[in-house]
Design a binder for this molecule. Structure first.
Ligand SMILES: [Zn+2]
Ligand SMILES: [Zn+2]
Length: 721
């Protein structure tokens, strides 16, 4: 009797056994349709010895329905799914779901109908038709897409189809992408770039697991360096995965990639259309997609022949997924390389302490790029003590910073002001009665956005028009903005330097690749003098005329008592400082602070990275924090406050007593209400010797909760809200 065990895509179910029908040939990794009651569910055939389940008698087994027309998931990917589920205390099915991330792709080959101009003329020409036909010259796309391009309704184009002016073309949904050419251009590398590139290229040829940390100051040419091993993998006919933290803002990267390899890479991120998604997925699975550039979810794509992984800006916290399976893509990337037996490189100018520690202990090999490419020098960094150099009443920028910007204006150079706060003001209150605008769904203040005249919650997206009168006391025109956001800083610059052309660069204004490209073009042509931006502008941009960076409030990130606050502040300020003076002109950085003596600020001002990391390492060692000890948290939430509290209490009551493991809580989370859910937290701090995941799994599996309660586990947490 031929039977198989399947991992089915339903977290509530364990593995299920099925009968293999006569004539079906199936093995581990095959994606199959399984009967489940009256329904059909998608499953993955798995090695039964790796997936313990209850043995069902043969006569009770139901037959598999079919094998889906996709290549089987490879053994390395199956091991990665197992490891991720185990390490992050998640269900196997929720991780497997990330690998089968395109529903369309699973259905097999398909075609769509696109349309293009046939050269014919309509019986009756209208101005609207004429304009549409002009706009569609040389275009080929679906009716919906063409309507978007021409700016007319679908109906207008359907009329043109009926008259034969637009002709249909059958297109393969999964047509291959253009081929990258490893030797499209030759590049000049500095001596240290060449050493690093050669080492990585050799590792690609070796085809063995080898993790590297590429540690290079901002502007040292990390991208050009890792492009060489990418080229080597291409020459060997192998696939490459490059993970980037902010996929929406990769214009600069894509441009450099195209210059080096003659094509743009295959993109993978959450805002792909479903047709783009299936095309990418199927080309990755067939081995035809050569280089995939993606957000963290690209890690679970079904590569057929992966040869090299790059994690760029590897210190970025956006690699940590904060809901569902709470994994850290940086760490999972290293594990994928391990299972695939290939090299992986983590590239950063400000590596996470965890990564540095791995290099120090010899687990990762470290490659250094000590200087800026092309002889550009690192910027001069100075602090402005806001307790001494007070900005004028109601203002946020010290005179020295304003003078610095004015100097750049005169020299036709550019300045960047960094403040990690979107909107106009983080808090709005009533002058008359003290009423504060709070989000109804979250423990958070509403942030005023003057551009859109709205108050918005940055946690759940709740928005309301800015009212003319106080909703509490009814007093008109009584609302006061408290504290600065980027919009307010932009207003201040415009007021104090009326000639400056100011642009606010945040996720509100750069919300599409097109707008990002437009912004870059404006800066490059000198149409913008002062950029006021959030963390979005701290990385990736390369503006040779940008010679002054001002950090509006370096103390902001240090508030809140987050474990990694110091490190994050250091990384953020060092990254934004790295935007200054990237061309031939020297850069200057001015950091506004109320605590110039704080170790992180002092280290930044002195340009002494080692001093910062040493102090931070000592602090973590003493606190038993990562990488010396381990943290994990449990988040219990429900839309019902009492239900959440009760579930948290019950979990707390049966806490395990394990040596070298400290368990704190349950306590209301700092964000006690988030997106309409009441939240409680428990925090664990363990020595590295504790089998933390086993402890958590055993602990939580002993309890059942009402259906409205969610219990989430966060291993190696980054967020403590
Ligand atoms: Zn009021
Ligand atoms: Zn909210």
């Amino acid at each position: 009797m031929n039977r198989v065990r399947c991992l089915v895509l339903n977290a509530a179910l364990g593995p299920l056994d099925y009968k293999v029908p006569e004539g079906m040939s199936v093995g581990p990794g095959h994606v199959v349709e399984c009967p489940l009651g009256p329904r059909t569910i998608i499953g993955i055939v798995w090695e039964s010895e790796r997936l313990p389940g209850t043995e069902v008698p043969a006569e009770k087994l139901r037959p598999l329905r079919s094998i889906l027309p996709v290549p089987p998931l490879s053994a390395p990917l199956r091991r990665l799914i197992e490891w991720t589920a185990d390490y992050y205390v998640a269900s196997l099915s929720s991780v497997a779901r990330m690998a089968l991330s395109s529903g369309g792709a699973l259905k097999g080959p398909a075609t769509i109908t696109e349309y293009r101009l046939s050269g014919g003329m309509p019986e009756r020409m209208t101005p609207q038709r004429h304009a549409a036909m002009e706009a569609l010259e040389g275009e080929q796309a679906t009716i919906r897409e063409l309507a978007g391009i021409a700016g007319v309704s679908d109906g207008v184009l359907r009329g043109l189809v009926n008259q034969g002016v637009l002709e249909p073309v059958e297109v393969d949904c999964d047509r291959p992408f253009d081929q990258a050419r490893p030797d499209f251009t030759q590049v000049d590398l500095s001596e240290s770039q060449k050493i690093a590139a050669d080492t990585l290229s050799e590792a690609v040829r070796q085809q063995k697991f080898a993790p590297y940390l590429l540690d290079g100051v901002t502007g040292s040419g990390k991208t050009e360096t890792y492009f060489e091993p990418v080229a080597e993998a291409l020459r060997m006919g192998r696939q490459v995965l490059v993970l980037l933290p902010e996929i929406a803002l990769t214009e600069n990267f894509l441009h450099r990639f195209e210059e080096r390899f003659g094509v743009t890479p295959v993109l993978w991120h959450s805002s792909l259309k479903s047709t783009q998604r299936r095309r990418a997925w199927r080309n990755v699975a067939s081995g035809d997609a050569q280089v995939v550039v993606g957000a963290r979810s690209a890690l679970f794509l079904p590569f057929r022949n992966l040869g090299f992984i790059v994690v760029d800006e590897a210190h970025e916290t956006s690699f940590k997924q904060e809901d569902g399976v709470r994994y850290n893509a940086r760490d999972v990337a290293v594990m994928r390389a391990h299972f695939e037996s290939i090299p992986v490189v983590l590239a950063s100018a400000t590596p996470a302490l965890e990564s540095l520690q791995m290099a120090e202990s010899g687990v990762y090999a470290k490659l250094d790029l000590p200087s800026r490419f092309g002889g550009a020098e690192l910027p001069d960094i100075d602090t402005i003590d806001l307790t001494e150099e007070k900005p004028p009443q109601g203002m946020w920028l010290a005179q020295r910073l304003i003078d610095g910007i004015a100097e750049r204006l005169e020299r036709k150079e550019q300045s960047l002001l960094f403040l990690n706060r979107r909107g106009y003001a983080p808090l709005t209150l009533c002058r008359n009665c003290g009423f504060r605008f709070q989000c109804p769904n979250c423990s958070a203040w509403l942030v005023e956005h003057r551009f859109t005249r709205r108050l918005a919650c940055h946690h759940c997206g709740h928005e309301t028009p800015s009212p003319a009168a106080c909703p509490e006391c009814g007093e008109p025109d009584c609302l006061v903005a408290c504290g600065p956001g980027v919009e307010r800083i932009a207003d201040e610059v415009a007021e104090r330097l009326p000639d400056a052309r100011v642009f606010v660069a945040t996720s509100d204004t750069l919300n599409s690749p097109g707008r990002a490209a437009e912004f870059i073009a404006q800066v490059e042509t000198g149409a913008i003098d002062v950029i006021v931006g959030t963390q979005l502008v701290t990385k990736g941009f390369h503006f040779p005329e940008l010679t002054l960076v001002g950090v509006v409030d370096a103390d902001l990130g240090l508030e809140g008592g987050d474990l990694r606050a110091g490190e994050r502040t250091y990384q953020q300020v060092a990254q934004v400082a790295g935007r200054a003076g990237r061309g031939s002109k020297p850069g200057e950085v001015l950091i506004q602070t109320r605590h110039p003596e704080a170790s992180v600020i002092a280290a930044l001002a002195a340009g002494d990275r080692d001093a910062f990391y040493e102090a931070e390492t000592e602090m973590r060692r003493e606190a038993g924090a990562p990488p010396f000890g381990r943290w994990a948290s449990i988040i219990i939430s429900s839309e019902d406050e009492a239900e959440a509290r009760e579930a948290a209490r019950r979990i707390g009551d049966v806490r395990p007593d394990v040596p070298d493991l400290m368990i704190l809580g349950p306590a209301p989370a700092p964000m006690a209400l988030l997106r309409g859910r009441y939240r409680y937290r428990m925090l664990m701090n363990a020595r590295r010797s504790v089998q933390l995941q086993d402890v958590i799994r055993r602990w939580l599996s002993s309890l059942d909760h009402p259906p409205g309660v969610r219990v989430g586990v966060d291993v190696d947490p980054y967020s403590f809200v």
